[in-house]
Ligand binder design. Structure first.
Ligand code: NDP
Length: 798
């Protein structure tokens, strides 16, 4: 090279094309004659519908292959294959299952280049990302879960697999989402029917081929391709014991509704509009690179994309200028070119959606700044959208609130840390957040206050198989990865005999005249630490087991529920108090209850008709249960993960938030204590609906709460008709979670009603719980249910 040429290169500093050879993937497609069947029961099958649809390369619009469209018959076939394969697979030792998972990991590793090129062709994401992120992380997932399979029995005693599970995944990380779902499911001993997204089926089909090659037993993994209806058929299939879904919040809601009347386990990993918070003391150059990764990684088609940039006012101008400068240097184009930063959008329909939302943003008054570079010739026919940055947006605007799922960033400013937290939490979603500050004290102070499942400090988009991932609020529930991810594919071993739960019919009133009846025995409601009259002004008779009138309770209504939710929301400092203080208050509660043992025991006897001995036993067990949760309040601690980075991830057990608890009828004191105490110990605030026929036990409890230093609003008790109050609670948008021990019908209704803000629900599925049996009704399992895990990633080093 002569000197002038070298000088020219230095002056222009332009990249030359660096294309990855696509031959390896094209040959694979050719070997399959560009047409694929369904993978069911270990064999490749033609779709019963005889229908195929085409899959295209988003980078140039070229057809890649024809994919089978599974119909109802195929779904039935695949589910019965998974059902048939389940007992044998489940009976294998953990070690044997581990060897299969290990073999999958090895085989993925050996074929990693083929997977990377195929994923880039099918999805349009850059080869740099598929090669360095999607495929290595998928491999890591199988290695990590081979480990869980090996140690399953020791690590999860008292737990067992679920059965055949249905898994539905999106197009943004096709192989990675498969790995996140298939690896834990198989490690736990379940069998799988997986539906990939219509746009991106190819790597799932190649994965099925790998499972065939390593000799995975027939029916353990089934891959059924097809449109959304195929997924819907899976959701509706009665023989699947769990649905795991990643995708839009809209479809997530539909799935919640469809599974409400079943006892299917459900995890939903949904959308987000995640904040990226930059404080004035952050390393601004690093933050700029962080922003590039947060929003332009995978063309912004990432559920946890940092799409809302919140910048401290003093550095806002600097950040905006530097970011625009950095954007102008981004390389957008052929995703197979190894030096590209951004590739193609998945499909024209998605591109149109992005365009429409940006246009709407403009109409709202936003200033739009876009990458103006030129696409190369080989992008012709492809689907590209420029990196886009919107300023002058308000926090409540559509563009700040809607998940765009494209390379579009909006920015807003804040002055103080508390304003940053308020802005960050001003979203219906709660998937992730990124916090940038060189002051680690500040960053660690902010992290727990952000309502989301993952916080990255001075980094972004970090993932690992050993660290749980998942959201709060409308970003879904359940976690993938790590210990908590494994639990989503396991269930507690249940006692063999279960009886159906029913509501107790109170006896008919025999004689109104009750010698003990005082002038007014109408118990009030307990809201915000005070006894208050019900909004309706109505009361309900409570009858003793001998037919005498025991007293009256208030008939709570929607307005009372609203007041109680408001009080519970305001009492969120309960969570911020130390674990030690919470434990002390719970012990004090037991102490004060014990002082009124006779009163409570005789109340239980007269209301339920149980013998004196039985009432004493119930009372003493309740006291012991309070002690258990006081004891565990400072022991349900999180974990420190050591992911493969220079850093740590702290898995924190955070409370769900405001919880509605609907109590069973049997053992009115013990049932109520067993549900209330773990929620309180974990830092939740509660609206408690006691059993109606025995509600006087709960109203007697008001005074125990009043004298035990339980802060106002932490426990609110609303009496009345359980099903009415359950409905109001489950429809309330500020209630974050509901526990119900009720009839099958009540449980179904609560699940259905909760789709508005996708509450975290636990129900007894209409099965009676033995409140004296500790294995069912006491311990860490209840604390786990009362918590959601937040993972805070903290890198270290210079
Ligand atoms: P969807 O939620 O529609 O798709 C996710 C998966 O569910 C796909 O496999 C899809 O099949 C399947 N599916 C679609 N409808 C149903 C149904 N009724 N029952 C069961 N399964 C169903 O997302 P889209 O791909 O359509 O994208 C739409 C929007 O969703 C995006 O613009 C983005 O905002 C958001 N999204 C969010 C993701 C996330 O991870 N948070 C991931 C993907 C999308 P098929 O692909 O065949 O339609």
């Amino acid at each position: 090279m002569n000197q002038t040429k070298i000088k020219e290169i230095f002056e222009k500093m332009e990249y030359s094309p660096a294309p990855e050879n696509k031959e390896i993937a094209m040959n694979w497609l050719k070997d399959h004659k560009f047409k694929f069947g369904l993978f069911i029961d270990g064999k490749w099958q033609k779709p019963k519908s005889g229908k195929f649809f085409k899959t295209e390369n988003p980078a140039n619009g070229e057809k890649l292959a024809l994919i089978s469209e599974a119909d109802k018959n195929d779904i039935n076939h695949s589910v019965s294959a998974a059902k048939k394969a389940f007992p044998k697979w489940n009976d294998l030792s953990g070690h044997k299952r581990s060897r299969y998972l290990y073999a999958i990991a090895r085989q993925l590793q050996k074929n990693s280049r083929l997977f990377a090129v195929l994923e880039t062709l099918d999805n349009g994401k850059t080869i740099r990302e598929t090669r360095d992120i999607d495929i290595p992380l998928s491999i890591r997932h199988f290695y990590h879960h081979a480990g869980w399979a090996q140690v399953l029995e020791k690590e999860f005693p008292d737990y067992t697999s679920i059965g055949p599970v249905g898994q539905i995944i999106p197009w943004n990380f096709p192989l990675l989402m498969l790995a996140w779902k298939v690896a834990p499911a198989l490690a736990a001993g379940n069998t799988v029917v997986l539906k990939p997204a219509e746009f991106t089926s190819l790597t799932a089909l190649l994965f099925a081929e790998i499972c065939e090659q390593i000799g995975l037993p027939q029916g353990v993994l089934n891959v059924v391709t097809g449109p959304g209806e195929t997924g819907s058929l899976l959701v509706e299939h009665p023989d699947l014991k769990k649905i795991a879904f990643t995708g839009s919040t809209e479809v997530g809601r539909l799935i919640r509704e469809k599974t409400a009347a079943t006892d299917k386990k459900l995890t939903l990993e949904l959308g987000g509009k995640s904040p990226f918070i930059v404080f004035e003391d952050s390393d601004l150059d690093s933050a700029i690179e962080g922003i590039v990764d947060a929003i332009w990684f995978n063309q912004g088609q990432v559920c946890c994309a940092g799409s809302r940039l919140l910048v401290q006012e003093s550095v806002s101008e600097k950040i905006i200028d530097r970011l625009k400068n950095r954007m102008s240097k981004l390389r957008v184009g052929n995703p197979l070119d190894k030096s590209m930063d951004m590739g193609a959008i998945i499909a024209p329909i998605q591109k149109k959606r992005i365009e429409k939302l940006v246009e709407q943003g403009k109409k709202e008054g936003a200033n739009v700044w876009q990458w103006t570079g030129k696409l190369s010739k080989d992008c012709k026919g492809g689907c590209y959208f420029p990196p886009t940055f919107l300023t002058n947006v308000s926090p409540a605007s559509m563009i700040s609130q809607t998940e765009i799922f494209g390379p579009v960033l909006v920015t807003m400013t804040f002055r103080t840390p508390s304003e940053a937290i308020m802005l960050a939490n001003n979203s219906k979603y709660g998937l992730s957040a990124s916090v940038w500050s060189e002051n680690i004290n500040q960053a660690l102070h902010i992290a727990p206050q952000l309502k989301c499942g993952v916080v990255w400090i001075n980094c972004t988009n970090q993932f690992d198989a050993g660290v749980g991932f998942g959201g709060y609020r409308e970003s879904g529930f359940g976690r993938e990865g790590g210990n908590e991810g494994m639990r989503e594919y396991l269930k507690k071993i249940e006692p063999k005999i279960y009886t159906e739960q029913f509501r107790i019919k109170p006896p008919k009133i025999k004689k109104i005249a009750n010698k003990n009846l005082k002038i007014d025995q109408t118990a009030k409601l307990y809201i915000n630490g005070k006894q208050s009259r019900p909004d309706s002004g109505y009361s309900l008779n409570i009858i003793n087991s001998d037919g005498t009138l025991a007293g009256q309770i208030s008939h709570g209504n929607r307005k009372d529920v609203r007041n109680a939710v408001e009080a519970a929301s305001k009492a969120s400092d309960w969570h911020k108090s130390t674990h030690h203080l919470r434990a002390q208050i719970l012990y004090y509660l037991a102490e004060n209850l014990e002082m009124r043992a006779d009163e409570f025991q005789s109340r239980i006897t007269s209301l339920t008709g149980s013998s004196k001995r039985e009432s004493i036993l119930e009372f003493e067990t309740a006291i012991s249960r309070i002690f258990t949760y006081a004891a565990l309040a400072d022991k349900h601690e999180g974990l420190i993960h050591d992911p493969p980075m220079r850093g740590l991830a702290l898995a924190l057990n955070e409370p769900i938030g405001v919880m509605g608890i609907i109590c069973p009828d049997e053992n009115p004191l013990l049932g109520m204590i067993s549900m209330l105490l773990p929620a309180l110990a974990q830092g939740n605030t509660v609206i408690l609906v006691p059993s109606k026929p025995f509600a006087l036990v709960a109203t007697d409890f008001f005074q125990i709460l009043e004298t035990s230093d339980v802060p106002p609003g932490v426990v609110n008790i609303i009496t009345g008709e359980s099903h009415e109050l359950a409905e109001h609670l489950s429809k309330h948008e500020n209630v974050d979670g509901i526990w119900i021990s009720g009839t099958k019908e009540e449980c179904e209704t609560v699940k259905k009603n909760s789709i508005g803000n996708l509450k975290i629900i636990w129900t007894n599925d209409g099965k009676k719980i033995d409140w004296f049996d500790k294995s069912q009704s006491e311990g860490r399992e209840w604390l786990r249910r009362a918590a959601q895990v937040k993972n805070v990633w903290i890198p270290y080093g210079e």
